[in-house]
Each structure stands twice: as structure tokens, then as C-alpha cells.
Design a protein around this ligand. Structure first.
Ligand code: ATP
Ligand code: MG
Length: 790
């Protein structure tokens, strides 16, 4: 009865309120775009906490992107004065990483395990195939990568994969070799994060029971895009059931989704998980939400009309009380460049005349390659913009090179990193030498680092010099801060020097410098290593604010690590930062406060909303994508993608297409997208391009704007510098309470005598880096580790 009066419920309709206040048990909310699914999920967490049904530590919520996770945490801390750190809210990958960091030993991983992103994975596979003389015409590396990822998504190890074709035998063999290579090098790919955690839960009763007891409420957003393994993982964690049936007092699962927005089939997502969930969990409550709160009716009608052309649907309705609003505007242009120009011009008007904030404007496209021409136009016009999900900061070549050096400091065995930088910057180590080294390592069964001695002559000397340089760096980085480590590595790896000498290297040097800032804000903002601090959130925010930390961002720590209960040992700040870099999805790029237009693929826009949305490149072969036009199922997935795109818009929607497009170096003549035929004529307004836009007129238009690029370009970069000038002040260190100083001799009951090299953090977060005689250098959490000065 108390709950009924909670202000949390004031802004919900009756169906939403029913969903938020469901009694324990399993539930499914199946509802269309913009009907408040995510709002319900977030409010339910707040409601469960407020009514004392669960403590923050008993919540596990899965979102689709890191951005969504952060948004959820921000909203929660606005709704309730709670400490959000104890909650497990994140993506499947983020949560599995957190889990494996805490149980690395049981999972059979080294404490410093590193994450291979998709690019690294591909190069690791290529390397492996070369070593084993696999014909890459017959077995392209990309295909092998898909094969391995697909097997993992289905929860299959090499021995479990069913051999259906002759070629499968080879693929399974490669999968096996790849696994051995990863294990040897101490790296895991994204699929492995998931599969390892699943297997650990499955095989270790104590661990499974611990988490089953802990997580009383499991909530999953965008459930339609979960894959087989994620579903199995969830089922394992839910536990406490008889035949999957909910038992009073057990854990409750709330799944939230929309079958019309299932757009990740190509990555193993199974919309069938929804039906399986209802059946296998004996779902007690199913709730439909039919009121759309996001869009005006012209936009919503367009979406409804379009999706009605799909045959495989569970069937839902969506209505809105908002009026028709602006018509959906359609614009056809002669060239992709002119299309981009028009979009930018229209945007500027929206900002100038309609007072729309730039961050409320999104430009969506089907594939990443389409962003370049838009970026050029925005750049020329001096409009600040941000690209999500393109080449993200941590994926840029120069950053990956720097990270490779850092990873080698943490883990000598990391062969992928070794190969990335052994001859970068160039130091006279050729392909032949590297092959020789690889042969030696293979026959000795060691890492490349360990095999260096086996190569003789001048080449051997060069290799030895490289390894010696790394060893010296490793020695020098002991006892210094993360920031200093990175500065040292940038200098001594020769990377900065190398790019300075390059003609177009200035950007890259700036990016490398930005890496230092990224590390700095990781340590302060993410509060490295802070585990479930028992501070009220106000106090936490106050103390953060007094350190100059941007508290508009939630204070969370993706790479959060519980120290070993017995010894107090924890991950080093560097290892935590490297993990963060590998998981960072690029959705919080630099310049937080700046108002910028948002560019992203439709896939990346899922779950988000904007006042104004431009969907560009609406041409057959682009959207729908050319690979998806021939069979019905793929075309239906494209249509769902279009449905997602349209339903991102609140007030204004623009659909644009171009007669010609320069893509992958070729001019293409495309027909208008077939999706236009599936939209309601009454909601659309066709704009005719000015005649001057065609033919010769258009090319002179382009030329004159290219001429203007220099001036506009300079303005664009100044923008960035200005905002960097206002970068946060470095935090003040509070006086340490533990009484330790660097240089001090201490005693640890397991590791013996050692010397304190460095200290980090304050209060419960304080940690020390200590060099022990026999056990080497370790990071210890002082709240746990007993260190006595001697
Ligand atoms: P998607 O399928 O795109 O993920 P969704 O179903 O998760 O959409 P939300 O993002 O939760 O929808 O909600 C869409 C918008 O409607 C949000 O701006 C939300 O704040 C608003 N909204 C939801 N419910 C209500 C309500 N009862 N009253 C007013 N606004 C609401
Ligand atoms: Mg949502």
C-alpha cells in the first residue's frame, strides 16, 4: 500500500505501473518502440530498492551498450540517494569481465588477462593460419573468425562442434589452435568473456550458488537481441527454480524487448529466446505497453506502416496521443556530397531558427563508410559533431601501438602485442627475422619474448635490443603513477618521435597525448578499484566534486576488482586501465560538455531518442543493404532496422537519398529505397531539390566548398582546442591515513618483506605497490592486506 503512493510511480500509465510493481516472479514486457520499456525497467530497480525488497548488491541489470548503462545509473542516482556502485549494471561483456576479474584463478586465466577486440582477434587468427600454412584462399581469416565467434555464441568448444562439411574439420582444428594460442598469451576475446563466465558458473557449484544467492533480481533490456549463450548464462544465474519454474523466494527475471527491433541476427541474436523464455521460465506475468510517448503521429504512423510489411511478427499495436506534428520530409539529391550539404544546412536552420540543441539532432546511416562524406560537410561548415561507433579512439592505430607497449609491460607473453610493435617504430627487424623468431618460439613452446635468444646475427641483436628496452621500461615504471607510466612509454617507445617526423603525424601525436588524459580521467572519474564504497551518494559526489571531477557522469568502475580476500592483492592501475581501454565502446569521447550533432549507424542508435533525426542514404543496395535484398528473412531484418531508425525521432524526421554515391572508390547509381513505397503518403512531404543542384551546377558547388575547407577546417580544430583548455584540474590528494610512505620497508604475512614503491587512493580505496624479494611486484589493497612497517 505504501508503494502505491511512491512518487516514483507518478509519471507512469497504469500498465507501466503494473509492470514496475509486479510481485516477485518472472515477467516479460513485450512492447513497441518508445513505449517506455527502458523507463519501466529503470523505475522498477528504483522501486525495488525504495520498498526495501532488495539491496543494491542484489540487482543485476543488462543493457545493450555502455552508454545505456551509464544513462541508467545516472537516472537511478537522480531518483534515489543510493550508491550505484554496488549494483551490477552493464553490458553482457562488461559484467562478464567484472566477474572474471574477481575469479580469474578459478576461470583458469592469468590475473593480468587482457581482452582482444575484433581487430586483434583477426590478426591473431591470420598469424596462426600463416604459422600452420593454412591456405587463406580456401579458408579466409575472416571466415575463420566468424566460425569461432559463432561457435562461442552457441556455447561450443572445439570438441563440441558438429562436423557437417569437410571444411569444418579444418576450421575446428583452427579453433582449437586459436584457443591454445590465446591461453598461452593470456588474452580473451569478447566471445570468450561470455563463455568462460558461463562455464565457471556451470562447473563451480560454490561460485554459482554464491551469485544465485546474491542476485535476487535480474533485469534485461533489449532482450530480443540476446544470443543462445547469453540466454543460458542468464538461466544459470537465475537458478533457484524447479524445472525453470519460479519458486517463491527465488530470483526474479524481468525481460524487456521488442521483436520488431531485433537487428543482430547476423551476430547470433535469437529472437526465439523470447518464446523460449516464456516457456522455459514459465513466465508468470506478460505485460504489453501500447502507448508511445516518444513521437508525433506522422512519425509513428510511418513506422507502423513500414513494419506491417513484415510477416514474422508477434503482433503489437502502438498509438500516440500527440498530434500529427511536422510531416516527414523526404529529400532527393543528385550526389551524396550534395545530400550531406543539404543535411548540414537544414541542421543549422534547426539550431538557429527552431532553437534545437545540437545534441538533439542525429544523423543515421546504414554502414560506417557513409559517415565520411557527412563528416566532411560538417567539418567544412564548422559544426561540432561526434561519431559513435566509428573508428573509436581506442581503435586508432597509434593508440593501439601505445597500448601494445603498455600491455607488454604487464604481460611479456602477449604475442599479439609483441608482433604489433616489434618493428614499430621501424628498427630494422624484417619479416624474415620475425618468421625465424616465430619458428623458434613454436619449437620451444614459448612466447616470442622468451625465444629472442634463439635468433643469431645482426637480426638477433636488434631483437635483443628491443626486448632489453622493454625490460628497462618495465623496471622504470615501478613505483610511478599511471600517468607517468604512459608518458614514459610514449617517450621511450619512440612512438611520439616517429609520428612527429611524419608529414601527417600531428593528429596522431595529439591522439597519443590524449591517451594521457584518458588515463588521468580513468583514475579519477572511474575511481579505480573502488569496490562498493559504503558512502552515501551525496557524500561521494561532494568529495568527487571537490576533486574537480565531473559528477554529471555516474561514478562507476567497469574494471572493478575485488581484492583477494586473503592477501589483499589486486589488479594494477595499468592492468585496470588496459581492460577499460579494451571494453570502452567509444561512447564517451572527449569533450564531454560540448553540444555536438550525433552521427551513428542505425545499429548504434538502438534504444536512443532525439528531437530530430536524419536517415540518409535511403537507396536500394545501401538501405536495404545489397547483401540483404535477395532473401525474405534478411529483407525483414533490414526493415526492422529501418523501423528502429524511424522510431528514434521525437519531433522531426528527414529521409534523404541520392542519385549517385561514391562508395569504396566507385560511383554508384542507386534507385530510391523500396522502403519509401511502404510509408504512408499522408505523413510525407516531398521536397524537390533546386534545379541548380544538378549537373555542372552541383560540381561547381562542390568545388567552391572544397575551397572553403581550409578556413572551415581550421575553425573546426580550434573548437577542439578551446574545449581542451577547460580540461578538469588534476585532483588534490588527501593526506594518507595508513601511515605508509614510498621507500618504507614492510612485512606481509604471505609475501614476506618488501619495499613500498608507490601509493594510490585514500581511505578504503588506498592501495600500495610493493616489491617483495621472492614474490616480485604486487599491488595490494590496504583495507585488506596487512602491511606492517619494519
Ligand atoms: P525503445 O524500444 O526505443 O528502446 P522504450 O520502449 O525503451 O523504447 P523509453 O525509452 O523507455 O521507451 O521511453 C520513450 C520515451 O517516452 C522516453 O523519453 C520516456 O521518458 C518517455 N515516457 C515513457 N513513459 C512515459 C510516461 N508514462 N509519461 C511520459 N513520458 C513517458
Ligand atoms: Mg529502450
Amino acid at each position: 500500500a505504501v508503494a502505491a503512493y511512491s512518487p516514483l510511480l507518478a509519471n507512469l500509465n497504469p500498465e507501466q505501473r503494473a509492470a514496475v510493481t509486479l510481485p516477485e516472479g518472472h515477467a516479460l514486457i513485450l512492447a513497441g518502440a518508445g513505449s517506455g520499456k527502458t523507463r519501466v525497467l529503470t523505475t522498477r530497480i528504483a522501486w525495488l530498492l525504495q520498498t526495501g525488497q532488495v539491496s543494491p548488491g542484489g540487482i543485476l541489470a543488462v543493457t545493450f551498450t555502455n552508454k545505456a548503462a551509464k544513462e541508467m545509473l545516472t537516472r537511478l542516482s537522480a531518483m534515489l540517494p543510493i550508491n550505484v556502485r554496488g549494483m551490477w549494471i552493464g553490458t553482457f561483456h562488461g559484467l562478464c569481465n567484472r566477474f572474471l576479474r574477481a575469479h580469474w584463478k578459478l576461470a583458469g586465466l592469468p590475473a593480468t588477462f587482457q581482452i582482444l577486440d575484433t581487430q586483434d582477434q583477426l590478426s591473431a587468427i591470420k598469424r596462426l593460419m600463416k604459422q600452420h600454412n593454412v591456405d587463406d584462399e580456401r579458408f579466409p581469416a575472416k571466415e575463420t573468425q566468424w566460425f569461432i565467434a559463432g561457435a562461442k555464441e552457441d556455447g561450443l568448444r572445439p570438441r563440441d562442434v558438429e562436423i557437417r562439411r569437410d571444411d569444418d574439420r579444418k576450421r575446428v582444428e583452427l579453433y582449437q589452435l586459436y584457443e591454445e594460442q590465446c591461453q598461452r598469451e593470456g588474452v580473451v576475446d569478447f566471445g570468450e568473456l561470455m563463455l568462460r563466465s558461463y562455464e565457471l558458473l556451470r562447473d563451480n557449484d560454490a561460485v554459482r550458488e554464491h551469485y544465485q544467492r546474491r542476485f535476487r533480481h535480474l533485469l534485461v533490456d533489449e532482450f530480443q537481441d540476446t544470443n543462445r549463450l547469453q540466454y543460458a548464462w542468464l538461466k544459470m544465474l537465475a537458478g533457484n527454480t524447479v524445472d525453470g519454474r519460479f519458486v517463491p523466494g527465488g530470483n526474479s527475471v524481468l525481460a524487456v524487448g521488442d521483436d520488431d527491433q531485433s537487428i543482430y541476427a547476423f551476430r547470433g541474436a535469437r529472437v526465439g529466446n523470447m518464446a523460449d523464455f516464456v516457456r522455459e521460465f514459465h513466465v508468470d506475468h506478460q505485460i504489453k505497453l501500447e502507448q508511445n510517448y516518444r513521437s508525433f503521429s506522422n512519425i509513428l504512423d510511418s513506422a507502423n506502416h513500414l513494419i506491417d510489411h513484415n510477416t514474422q511478427r508477434l503482433g503489437k499495436n502502438l498509438r500516440t496521443d500527440q498530434g500529427p506534428g511536422e510531416p516527414v520530409r523526404v529529400y532527393e539529391s543528385p550526389t551524396d556530397f550534395a545530400e550531406a550539404q543539404w543535411v548540414v544546412e537544414e541542421m543549422r536552420q534547426l539550431v538557429r531558427e527552431n532553437g534545437i540543441e545540437r545534441k538533439e539532432i542525429a544523423v543515421l546511416y546504414r554502414s560506417n563508410a557513409q559517415s565520411r562524406v557527412l563528416e566532411t560537410a560538417l567539418f567544412n561548415a564548422g559544426v561540432p559533431y561526434r561519431v559513435y561507433g566509428g573508428l573509436r579512439f581506442f581503435e586508432r592505430a597509434e593508440i593501439k601501438h601505445a597500448l601494445a607497449y603498455l600491455r607488454l609491460l604487464e604481460n611479456k607473453e602477449d604475442d599479439t602485442s609483441f608482433l604489433r610493435v616489434v618493428n614499430f617504430p621501424p628498427r630494422g627487424i624484417g619479416a624474415r627475422t620475425i618468421e625465424q623468431l616465430q619458428d623458434a618460439a613454436r619449437s620451444a613452446g614459448t612466447s616470442l619474448h622468451a625465444a629472442v635468444g634463439a635468433v643469431s646475427g645482426k637480426a638477433g641483436a636488434n631483437l635483443a635490443a628491443f626486448v632489453a628496452r622493454l625490460d628497462v621500461l618495465r623496471e622504470q615504471t615501478q613505483g610511478i603513477s599511471l600517468r607517468e607510466i604512459i608518458e614514459l612509454v610514449l617517450q621511450h617507445s619512440g612512438l611520439v618521435e616517429h609520428y612527429r617526423a611524419e608529414r601527417e603525424g600531428a593528429d596522431r601525436v595529439e591522439n597519443l597525448e590524449e591517451l594521457v588524459n584518458a588515463a588521468e580521467s580513468f583514475v579519477t572519474q572511474e575511481g579505480f578499484g573502488r569496490d562498493a564504497v559504503a558512502l552515501p551518494v551525496d557524500e561521494l559526489r561532494q568529495s568527487a566534486a571537490s576533486q574537480g571531477i565531473d559528477t554529471s557522469q555516474p561514478l562507476i568502475d567497469e574494471a572493478l576488482v575485488a581484492p583477494d580476500a586473503e592477501t589483499g592483492e589486486t589488479l594494477s592501475p595499468l592492468a585496470a586501465f588496459l581492460t577499460h581501454a579494451a571494453l570502452e565502446s567509444g561512447d564517451n569521447q572527449a569533450q564531454p560538455g560540448q553540444d555536438a550533432v550525433q552521427l551513428m549507424t542505425v545499429h548504434a542508435a538502438k534504444g536512443l531518442e532525439f528531437d530530430c533525426v536524419f536517415i540518409t542514404g535511403l537507396e536500394d543496395g545501401i538501405f536495404p543493404h545489397e547483401n540483404s535484398m535477395s532473401d525474405r528473412e534478411s529483407l525483414e531484418e533490414e526493415r526492422r532496422l529501418m523501423y528502429v531508425a524511424i522510431t528514434r525521432a521525437r519531433q522531426r524526421l528527414y529521409l534523404t537519398h541520392s542519385q549517385t554515391r561514391l562508395l569504396h572508390g566507385k560511383t554508384r547509381y542507386n534507385l530510391r529505397s523500396r522502403f519509401f513505397e511502404e510509408l504512408p503518403e499522408s505523413a510525407l512531404k516531398w521536397l524537390t531539390p533546386a534545379r541548380a543542384g544538378f549537373g555542372a551546377g552541383s560540381s561547381s558547388y562542390e568545388r567552391s566548398s572544397w575551397g572553403g575547407q581550409r578556413a572551415g577546417g581550421a575553425g573546426g580544430w580550434n573548437y577542439d582546442r578551446d574545449s581542451l583548455a577547460g580540461a578538469p584540474v588534476p585532483p588534490q590528494k588527501a593526506a594518507p591515513a595508513h601511515g605508509l610512505r614510498s621507500g618504507m620497508q614492510v612485512f606481509h604475512n604471505k609475501f614476506g618483506e618488501g619495499t613500498v614503491l608507490a601509493l594510490e587512493g585514500t581511505g578504503d580505496d588506498a592501495r600500495a605497490q610493493v616489491k617483495f624479494g621472492r614474490h616480485g611486484v604486487k599491488w595490494l589493497a590496504l583495507a585488506v592486506a596487512k602491511l606492517t612497517p619494519i
